[in-house]
Design a protein around this ligand. Structure first.
Ligand SMILES: [Zn+2]
Length: 202
């Protein structure tokens, strides 16, 4: 993180700030940084309680009872990033270099693959950085790899079946694209880590 990185309440985030993540307090009272796999440029809009998008649906009744702010309505979730106004948000102000170039670099090697053009599904934020989405009749969850939290996994969770689809990808977007390709019958992106995850799941 740069010297310009700081943690501020969500309602103080300004348009142009780079949103790097949030600080989470666990039930035990300790805090940890929940960093976004895809840092984005804040474009706050007034909260619409009747919005009904997955980002708004993910708010608890307790969240909705208080002041809610919306930091973006588009990239990277394709819906609102809505949160309580006092949520601690980790940002970098625009004058400093942001992590965006690194994210782009990490994606470059796979950018030529056909799956890179797959539009990402709408996400519904669940808990501690896990994201649910549907593909056809499948419900899938993208989450950080438990053994390597800087990497992302995707599982098919339809009908109580826990089926690994993509394991240990650099970005959430890549994990989701590879998982969707696999659900669509394209196994070209299947890695050794995926096969190992599959074996260990039985
Ligand atoms: Zn919304």
């Amino acid at each position: 993180m740069t010297a310009n990185t700081r943690t501020i309440p969500a309602h103080q985030v300004k348009a142009g700030d780079t949103v790097l993540g949030t600080v989470i307090t666990t039930p035990g009272g300790t805090t940890c940084d929940d960093l976004n796999a895809d840092p984005y440029t804040a474009a706050p809009v007034p909260n619409d309680p009747d919005c009904g998008c997955p980002g708004h649906d993910a708010l608890t009744d307790e969240d909705k009872a208080g002041d809610v702010v919306v930091l973006t309505t588009g990239y990277p979730y394709d819906c609102c990033d809505a949160m309580p106004a006092d949520t601690p948000v980790i940002i970098a102000a625009p004058a400093e270099p942001t992590p965006r170039p690194n994210v782009a670099k990490a994606r470059t090697p796979k950018a030529t693959r056909a799956t890179a053009k797959t539009p990402l599904p709408r996400f519904c934020r669940d808990f501690r950085g896990a994201y649910g989405f549907t593909h056809g009749d499948r419900y899938c969850v993208a989450s950080r790899n438990p053994g390597a939290p800087e990497l992302w996994d995707v599982h098919n969770e339809t009908g109580g079946i826990h089926q690994p689809l993509a394991s240990r990808r650099t970005t959430r977007a890549q994990a989701v694209r590879d998982a969707i390709a696999r659900l669509d019958g394209d196994d070209s992106a299947v890695s050794g880590a995926d096969l190992l995850a599959e074996i260990l799941s039985f």
